[in-house]
Design a protein around this ligand. Structure first.
Ligand code: HSE
Length: 453
């Protein structure tokens, strides 16, 4: 008879003696750290049953010890010095949820050097210092787990590394920043202005300490470099991600995209091409009837196209306290189960295995091959032909041309959707358009992603 796997978990007292408790030291007790503590305590028995051993927080490093004591109570030791947690003799695994890159690198490397596993939700740290951290972990035979670093509640790292392990991944694309998706949704659905929507995202704890990381696309680029490392077995190439945030996005383009049947989302795309990999984070048009267009608020979604499984899609909260805690604790459960067993498998292979495809280069912007949306301000409606003639001359294949609906105070605008074309060709065409006397202002361009199999 079918038994629900969770229901069928026996109460702890009737199970055989569990292994020794996994002792956790945590650096940081802010939004993510406090959520992690709450969930660890609330679901203690189920978590222990699944992990095969109890998981207990024994020490926390915090900047404000009084506030930390208010959260964790008296049974957890407190220190103001993160290095004490990283090197603590009673700690098996260090959870780094403080954020930042410089000091966090030192704490994580110290923890690894002291033979401790590391769980972190710090995507900036891994995007920038991951190669060094993973190499150190491999050498020490400890795990570095980071499910909470990418699309927090969605187990996408596990999906890529375990669920899709049989596949050759062709592309990964998704909404991987909750703050910007929240802002874009509020602006579109409630007519909020950018600043008000950002303030709400900050109040809800979605935004990074420096929100420019969210709105400039940097946070998404951190996550994309981790996704690409797992999808393609390539080194972390954060510095090579082509990044564009949402600060320059105009409301007019949101409205014109809607008119054409598209919504604008900040997408991270990692796509294998013949000569290398595209890595880019950009506001992009997606068809309004696509599932991706309906991912709203701070929710994230990731699609993966792979050769055997085909198209798969993953959806869940992209930011939040307990949402991130869910991933951090899942990593702790993994560490508890696999402590000492093949820990090298817990970091991306980053090209160190013979089968790794680290020969994959990151393609330069000019070689990116995708469809585009163009909005061309013209002096008169009749000049639509001048625009299409110029694009034809420049060898840009056009799929659809329309005039934007009239708006008070806005001159005529020609809207164009292209077929896939190299970015370099498109850039030359935009340059040529910009030089035409019929063109009355800056040409706006955005990528279009159909996200089809
Ligand atoms: N600032 C991040 C976001 C938090 O908005 O997605 C989760 O990584």
């Amino acid at each position: 008879m079918y038994r629900d796997p969770v229901e069928s978990l026996e109460p702890l007292h009737s199970r055989p003696a569990l292994n020794r408790t996994l002792r956790v030291g945590m650096i940081g007790i802010g939004t993510v750290g406090s959520g992690t503590f709450r969930v660890l305590v609330r679901n203690q028995a189920d978590i222990a049953a699944r992990a095969g051993r109890a998981i207990e927080l024994v020490v926390v490093a915090a900047r404000n010890l009084g506030r930390a004591a208010g959260i964790v109570g008296e049974r957890v030791a407190l220190t103001a010095d993160p290095m004490q947690v990283a090197t603590h003799p009673d700690v098996d695994v260090v959870v780094e949820v403080a954020g930042g890159t410089g000091p966090a690198r030192d704490w994580v490397l110290a923890a690894i050097a002291h033979g401790k596993h590391v769980v972190t939700a710090n995507k900036a740290l891994l995007a920038v210092h991951g190669a060094e951290i993973f190499a150190a972990a491999r050498k020490q035979g400890v795990a570095v787990a980071y499910e909470g670093a990418v699309a927090v509640s969605i187990p996408i790292v596990k999906a890529l590394r375990e669920g899709l392990a049989a596949n050759r991944i062709e592309w990964v694309a998704g909404i991987i920043n909750g703050t910007t998706n929240f802002i874009l949704s509020k602006m579109r659905d409630e007519g909020l202005d950018f600043a008000a929507a950002l303030a709400q995202a900050q109040a809800l704890g979605y935004a990074e300490a420096d929100p420019s990381f969210d709105i400039e696309g940097i946070d998404a680029a951190h996550k994309l470099s981790l996704l690409a490392a797992n999808a393609f077995g390539m080194p972390l190439r954060f510095a090579d991600v082509q990044v564009e945030g949402i600060t320059a996005l105009q409301g007019l383009d949101v409205a014109c995209a809607e008119q054409l049947g598209y919504r604008i989302k900040l997408l991270g795309v990692a796509r294998r091409q013949a000569d290398g990999v595209e890595l880019r984070v950009q506001p992009s048009l997606v068809p309004a009837d696509h599932l991706m267009a309906h991912v709203k608020g701070s929710m994230n979604a990731v699609m993966v196209k792979s050769d055997a499984a085909g198209l798969t899609m993953y959806y869940g909260a992209g930011a939040g306290s307990e949402q991130t805690a869910s991933a951090v604790i899942a990593d702790l459960v993994d560490v508890a189960r696999l402590d000492g067993v093949n820990a090298a498998q817990h970091v991306p292979h980053l090209g160190v295995h013979e089968h790794a495809t680290n020969a994959l280069a990151v393609l330069p912007r000019a070689a990116v091959h995708t469809s585009h949306y163009l909005r061309v301000p013209v002096r008169a409606v009749s000049q639509i032909q001048a625009v299409t003639a110029c694009l034809a001359e420049q060898k840009v294949p056009v799929r659809q041309v329309a005039l934007a609906a009239e708006r008070p105070g806005v001159g005529p605008q020609v809207l164009v959707l292209t077929a896939p074309v190299e970015q370099g060709t498109l850039d030359l065409a935009v340059h040529a358009l910009q030089a035409r006397s019929e063109v009355a202002g800056a040409v706006a361009t955005l990528c279009v992603e159909l996200l089809e199999g």
